[in-house]
Design a protein around this ligand. Structure first.
Ligand SMILES: O=C(O)C(=O)C[C@]1(C(=O)O)C=C[C@@H](O)C=C1
Length: 631
């Protein structure tokens, strides 16, 4: 077969795959109807688990990797669940059959909000009338006045955090949240005519996009940046200029709507950049019992100490999980705050009704903003043993993946924009306790000055997931501000998954290095992992193997036990994984110790700071950096 023949063959197979997927989707909607007649939850994770295990095993026999099969089926099942939910919601909240649905959003054709609005409304299979708005307030006004049925508003972004103006507006509107969706933000450099980067003189962009792509923009020092009100304005301008020396920054899909082509893709500093949008309408909707629902509400508690904790305990005592907690000052009342809370519950459920009643008694203000189907379909995990069965592929060697027999050359990890295992040693500072935002910023500034690259702080050290997630955002933002990478310790899969959304390096400490669920989650993540020695070298390598075996090849070893030079050399003969040494103890000796370990092949150093150091805590790292630089 020549290349064209092979491609024809592939295209035919792809068509068949699509036909089968469409057939599967029809069947999954039949399941939803059956579940409506005979009420059962849409999501059935036991069934999903059995299905995934069977598919992984069948895939194996066909020579397909378990990780690959699970990834594909997570996507298929996610679509199946969302389609079933949409069907049930339509049946429960019938819409007048209108030929078109109107929606208000920020920006022009091609803005991220426009793409999100189109994605959300695609489920209604009706025409769309679009209202381009210049401000969030205008979106609210357009829906409140009935000119548009829906409004789409961005509420939080994985790299720039919460969009506070939207929270503030939600407090004063009569509109309800009726839906949510998450839109990947993929910034590209867009051009109207054939050109190349070296010919560009001016780039048009929105300030937030500029901020999110700052690292790429540093590589274009001669290019002038002009700010526009929205990226869609930038695209419109570049499309009208049609010149080889101008470009816009925005999404490839948005650019296509203006006839622009992507010249460079993946410009964002942070590769996983997503925005969560909420959809608002004049009337609240009901969410079918069978569907996982989210309820958003705002409340203000009194100023007395412990008032917020008391309110949160009400949720906990009703078994209600909180997925977001955000505080905003109340204008004109400088000592009080409004809290925005998202919970995983249906507002009509008995638990939520009872919790709301109780909260009503202890808060000063409480208002439900809406209840809507959760767009998050958490992938069903399959038991590690189902994935860990030996792969029957004949060409696979039996050597452990961490070993030099398996891979000769040393592994290089990408940590943010830095490397571990490259030419230069990676220098990190790890705080033993969460220091508070101000002080974290101060550590970051000093670490940067000292020549370090990775700032580590324990976001989850007080056991509260929601607080941990807030801290992740602070850590990430502060690290980014000082051009550092960020690391945090994760102790359970849930923490790991949340941290992996935004943090550059995941730290598994000695105490957790034998937790198989955590190792499995780390292996399924695409973030690099720093695995601390749990006390014995064999257990350490076995833990590394568990991660590598799941798919994640970005693993480094952190020695916190003070292995000597000869043990380190021995270890390096054994494994291609990069080694990091923990620097703790007498500050005066640390630079010399680090220097010797570097000579023995250690690729990274982590200075432990417990906050009790006297004088400049980062001085040993700076001295080590200077010595290594002189070499
Ligand atoms: O089998 C079901 O109950 C379905 O709803 C179908 C399906 C699937 O697409 O395979 C989807 C959602 C459930 O969580 C389990 C499986």
């Amino acid at each position: 077969m020549n290349l064209d023949d092979i491609r024809t063959h592939i295209s035919r197979l792809d068509r068949e795959l699509l036909t089968l997927l469409a057939k599967r989707k029809t069947l999954s909607l039949d399941v939803a109807r059956a579940k409506l007649e005979n009420p059962r939850p849409i999501r059935d994770q036991e069934r999903e688990q059995a299905l995934l295990v069977e598919l992984v095993n069948q895939g194996r026999q066909l020579g397909l990797d378990a990780h690959y099969v699970t990834r594909i089926y997570h996507t298929i099942i996610e679509d199946s669940v969302l389609a079933q939910q949409a069907l049930l919601q339509d049946l429960l909240n019938p819409q007048d059959k209108a030929p078109a649905i109107s929606v208000a959003f920020l920006g022009l054709k091609g803005s991220y909000s426009n793409l999100a609005a189109r994605k959300y409304l695609s489920r209604f299979q009706a025409g769309i009338v679009e209202h381009n708005c210049e401000t969030f307030q205008q979106i609210i006004d357009t829906v409140e006045s009935g000119q548009a049925q829906y409004g789409v508003l961005p509420i939080e972004n994985t790299s720039s955090g919460s969009i506070n103006d939207v929270f503030d507006l939600m407090q004063h509107t009569s509109l309800s949240i009726v839906g949510e969706l998450t839109q990947p933000i993929e910034h590209c450099l867009l051009v109207a005519v054939d050109t190349d980067v070296s010919r560009l003189k001016t780039l048009y962009t929105h300030p937030q996009v500029y901020q999110q792509c700052s690292q790429y923009l540093k590589t274009l020092p001669g290019v002038k940046v002009e700010f526009c009100a929205a990226s869609s304005n930038a695209m419109e301008l570049v499309a009208s200029l049609r010149r080889p020396d101008v470009g816009a920054m925005g999404s490839a899909d948005g650019g296509e709507l203006h006839g622009l082509k992507p010249l460079v893709q993946g410009l964002a500093n942070q590769k996983q950049n997503m925005t969560r949008f909420i959809v608002v309408a004049r009337k609240p909707i009901e969410v079918a019992e069978q569907i996982p629902a989210r309820t958003s509400f705002i409340m203000s508690t009194g100023q007395q100490s412990g008032a917020l904790v008391e309110a949160l305990l009400v949720l906990r005592s009703h078994g209600i999980t909180m997925s977001k907690l955000e505080s905003r000052p109340i204008i004109g009342n400088p000592w009080e705050e409004m809290f925005y809370v998202d919970v995983a519950a249906n507002v009509n459920s008995p638990e939520m009704q009872s919790a709301l009643k109780e909260l009503g008694r202890i808060t000063r203000f409480i208002k439900v903003l809406g209840c809507y189907p959760s767009a998050e379909v958490a992938p069903t995990r399959i038991p590690a043993r189902a994935l860990n069965q030996p792969h029957p592929r004949r060409d696979e060697k039996a050597q452990p993946r961490y070993s030099r027999d398996y891979k000769q050359s040393g592994t290089r990890l990408q940590v943010g924009r830095f490397y571990l295992g490259g030419d230069d040693a990676l220098l990190m500072a790890r705080l033993a306790q969460w220091p508070g935002e101000q002080q974290l910023q101060e550590y970051a500034r000093r670490l940067k000055e000292a020549g370090g690259q990775v700032l580590a702080a324990p976001c989850f050290d007080n056991g509260d997931l929601a607080l941990g997630v807030e801290r992740l955002q602070q850590l990430r933002n502060i690290a980014a501000r000082f051009d550092l990478a960020a690391m945090t310790r994760v102790r359970q899969p849930e923490e790991l998954n949340r941290a992996a959304e935004s943090i550059d390096l995941l730290h598994i400490a000695a105490e957790e290095a034998r937790h198989s669920d955590l190792l499995t989650a780390a292996g399924r993540s695409t973030r690099p992992v720093l695995l601390e020695q749990p006390g014995d070298a064999d257990g350490w390598l076995a833990a590394a193997e568990a991660i590598l075996g799941e798919g994640n090849q970005q693993v480094a070893l952190l020695d916190g036990q003070g292995l000597g030079v000869s043990q380190l050399l021995d270890l390096q003969q054994h494994t291609h994984l990069p080694l990091v040494s923990l620097l703790a103890g007498d500050a005066v000796l640390l630079p010399a110790l680090g220097h010797a370990l570097r000579a023995a092949g250690v690729q990274g150093f982590c200075l432990e700071l417990d906050g009790r150091e006297e004088g400049d805590a980062l001085a040993p790292l700076q001295q080590l950096a200077e010595r290594l630089y002189q070499d």
